[in-house]
Design a binder for this molecule. Structure first.
Ligand SMILES: NC(=O)C1=CN([C@@H]2O[C@H](COP(=O)(O)OP(=O)(O)OC[C@H]3O[C@@H](n4cnc5c(N)ncnc54)[C@H](O)[C@@H]3O)[C@@H](O)[C@H]2O)C=CC1
Ligand SMILES: O=C(O)[C@@H]1CCC=N1
Length: 274
């Protein structure tokens, strides 16, 4: 029988995982999402046929897995509100919140719960998510498999050994869809300047990213080798790549990703256990 999964919070991230689960055949009747606002829940009910609930505790009562998918800033209130029910029910809890440490989450939930911290991303919606997972000592082998099954249903799931590695995962994949969307915007704008209609430039840029990702995924060649295969000596690509390297693309990426991971650490400090 499929696990009964309750999402506390029904926003972008929960919606993306739910959409991916439904596409992958998880029964809609075994998925519940909560939000204080039925206006948020109605479209999810209509689109996916899942169960919805405005009362968090009621939605947790029959859950095998509870996914905490609210903004980090309200996580403490939400966890404290669920403490009694979670301690009684003892489901596997998966937090997708950036930053918030297992120590804080456990303290707010009353402690000792099987807790997985997960950093997913929104391409989960189309089955192409990339998630990092970290298990606390309370998580048994079967629950680890449950978390793997849930996240693999919507993409790639990679376990990390140390909790702090999740901040790096946030920089590499959690936040990273936005880097590529920014790149699409920039390529479209530049394509328009070069004389293409915006829609044509956008379609070509997106299809090229898809093609490059599919070629690189599982390839026997490194990205560097694949890049060199496009660069004819003295040709056009060489000129573009030289420009990107000289303009400091690698440094810019490193700095942006360090800022991302630093913000996750900062959020853990700001919002952490009190
Ligand atoms: N958006 C993204 O790409 C990613 C987000 N995350 C994490 O996912 C979490 C949620 O982020 P988003 O989905 O982007 O936010 P969002 O703002 O889209 O969704 C939050 C949801 O929580 C609901 N909510 C508010 N108060 C609530 C309460 N008391 N009880 C239950 N539900 C409540 C809201 O109605 C909303 O549906 C965050 O902790 C974030 O760090 C993690 C990875 C990627
Ligand atoms: O921007 C954020 O804080 C969340 C976490 C990773 C992606 N979105």
């Amino acid at each position: 029988m499929a696990s009964r999964v309750t999402f506390i919070g029904a926003g972008n991230m929960a919606g993306a995982i739910i959409g991916g689960m439904i596409d992958n055949g998880h029964p809609a009747a075994a998925i519940t999402a909560t939000s204080p606002s039925d206006e948020i829940l109605a479209p999810l009910r209509e689109r996916f046929g899942i169960r919805t609930e405005t009362d968090n505790a009621a939605a947790v009562r029959d859950a095998d897995i509870v996914v905490l998918a609210v903004k980090p800033q309200i996580m403490r209130d939400v966890c404290e509100g669920l403490r009694e029910t979670l301690q009684r029910q003892r489901p596997l809890v998966i937090s997708v919140a950036a930053g918030l440490t297992a120590e804080s989450l456990q303290a707010w939930m009353g402690g000792g719960l099987p807790l997985v911290r997960c950093m997913p991303n929104t391409p989960s919606l189309v089955g192409a998510g990339a998630a990092g997972l970290f298990a606390t000592p309370e998580v048994g082998a079967e629950q680890r498999d449950q978390a793997t099954t849930l996240l693999e249903a919507v993409g790639l799931a990679e376990w990390v050994e140390k909790e702090e590695q999740l901040d790096a995962v946030t920089a590499v994949s959690g936040s990273a869809p936005a880097y590529f969307f920014l790149m699409f915007e920039a390529m479209e704008e530049a394509g328009v300047k070069l004389g293409l209609p915006a829609e044509t430039a956008r379609r070509l840029a997106i299809q090229t990213a898809l093609g490059a990702a599919r070629m690189a995924q599982g390839s026997e060649f490194t990205p560097d080798r694949l890049k060199r295969n496009v660069m004819s000596p003295g040709g056009t690509t060489e000129r573009a790549i030289e420009h990107l390297e000289q303009a400091g693309l690698r440094r810019i990426m490193a700095e942006a990703m360090e800022a991302c991971a630093a913000r996750a650490r900062e959020m853990a400090e700001e919002l952490g256990k009190r």
